[in-house]
Design a protein around this ligand. Structure first.
Ligand code: NAP
Length: 254
C-alpha cells in the first residue's frame, strides 16, 4: 500500500495524456473512454453531466478531444446533452495538423432508432473535414434511415443492433487509430463487455446524490474486466484517474 501525497504541479495536465503511447492497441484501434463520476459513482445529475463536472474537469473534457481520430457517443447522450460540435484551441488544431490529422475529429453517434434532433449544430454545421457520422444496424427503419442520410454519413455495423467490433473495424478501415468514447453508460458498458475498452479516463468529482446511473452499464451476461492504474492527478477536489485494460500477456490476467 502506498499513500499518495501531492507531487509536482504540472504546467499543463494535457501533456500527460498527449504523451501516452496509443500506437499498439490490443485490437485494430485504441479505444479510450472519458467519463466523470460522483463519489457515489453517479454519472449524471438530473439527466445531465453539467452539475457533476467541475470547471477543471470540463476544460479537460473538451481538450481531451485532441487525442481523438473520432469521438464516439451514444444517441441518448446526444439527446440529453444536446451535443455540440468539437471545438479545439488553435494550438491544439495546429498540433493535430502537424501530425497529419484534420484540425478537429468527427463525432460518430451510435443509434438504433435514428431518433435525433437534426437541428443540432452537430448535423447542420459540422465542418467538411469532420462530418458527423451515425452508426446503426442494417435493419434500421428505412424511413428513419432515409431522413438520417440527409444529415449525416451512415455506417452500418451489425444487423439488429450495432456490434462494437464491427463499428471499430469500420473506424480502422477509415484510418482512425484512436477512438474517444464519451459515453454514455450504456454505450461504454457495451464496449467494456466486448473487451474493447483500452483506456479509461475517469474523473471523480466531489459530489454525491446524483442520478441512479453508474458510469458504465453492464449488459446481461457480460463478464468482469480488469484495468491497471496508470496515473492519478488532482485539482479542485477532483481526481483524474487514467487506467489501461490489463493485457492478455500480463501475469495478473486471468
Ligand atoms: N458521467 C459521464 O461522464 C457521462 C457521459 C456521457 C453521458 N452521461 C449521461 O448518461 C446519460 C445517457 O446515457 P445512457 O446510458 O442512457 O445512453 P447512451 O449510452 O448515451 O446512449 C444509449 C443509446 O445509444 C444507442 N445504442 C447504444 N448501444 C447500441 C447498440 N449496440 N446498437 C444500437 N444502438 C445502440 C441507442 O440509441 P437509440 O435509442 O437511438 O436506438 C441507445 O438508446 C445522460 O444522462 C448523460 O448525461 C454521463
Amino acid at each position: 500500500m502506498k499513500i499518495l501525497s501531492p507531487g509536482n504541479t504540472l504546467d499543463d495536465p494535457m501533456a500527460t495524456y498527449l504523451a501516452v503511447d496509443r500506437s499498439a492497441p490490443r485490437h485494430e484501434c485504441w479505444v479510450a473512454g472519458h467519463m466523470v463520476a460522483g463519489l457515489d459513482g453517479t454519472a449524471a445529475i438530473g439527466g445531465k453531466v453539467g452539475a457533476l463536472s467541475t470547471d477543471v474537469d470540463q476544460d479537460l473534457f473538451r481538450r481531451m478531444r485532441q487525442i481523438a481520430d473520432v469521438v464516439l457517443v451514444g444517441a441518448e447522450t446526444v439527446r440529453k446533452e444536446g451535443y455540440g460540435l468539437v471545438r479545439l484551441s488553435d494550438e491544439a488544431m495546429a498540433a493535430r495538423q502537424a501530425a497529419g490529422k484534420p484540425p478537429t475529429p468527427p463525432v460518430a453517434i451510435v443509434s438504433g432508432s435514428l431518433e435525433l434532433n437534426w437541428k443540432l449544430k452537430l448535423f447542420r454545421e459540422a465542418p467538411e473535414h469532420a462530418k458527423t457520422m451515425i452508426i446503426t444496424g442494417e435493419s434500421a427503419d428505412p424511413a428513419a434511415l432515409a431522413e438520417a442520410q440527409q444529415h449525416a454519413e451512415i455506417i452500418f455495423a451489425g444487423k439488429d443492433r450495432v456490434e462494437p467490433d464491427a463499428a471499430l473495424q469500420a473506424f480502422a478501415q477509415r484510418g482512425y487509430q484512436v477512438v474517444l468514447c464519451e459515453g454514455g453508460p450504456t454505450l461504454l458498458g457495451e464496449l467494456v463487455a466486448a473487451d474493447r475498452l483500452d483506456e479509461l479516463l475517469l474523473s471523480i468529482a466531489p459530489v454525491m446524490g446524483g442520478d441512479n446511473l453508474p458510469v458504465s452499464l453492464r449488459p446481461d451476461g457480460a463478464g468482469i474486466s480488469r484495468f491497471q492504474l496508470q496515473h492519478v492527478m488532482g485539482e479542485d477536489h477532483t481526481l483524474f484517474l487514467r487506467y489501461e485494460a490489463l493485457r492478455d500477456e500480463d501475469p495478473n490476467h486471468e
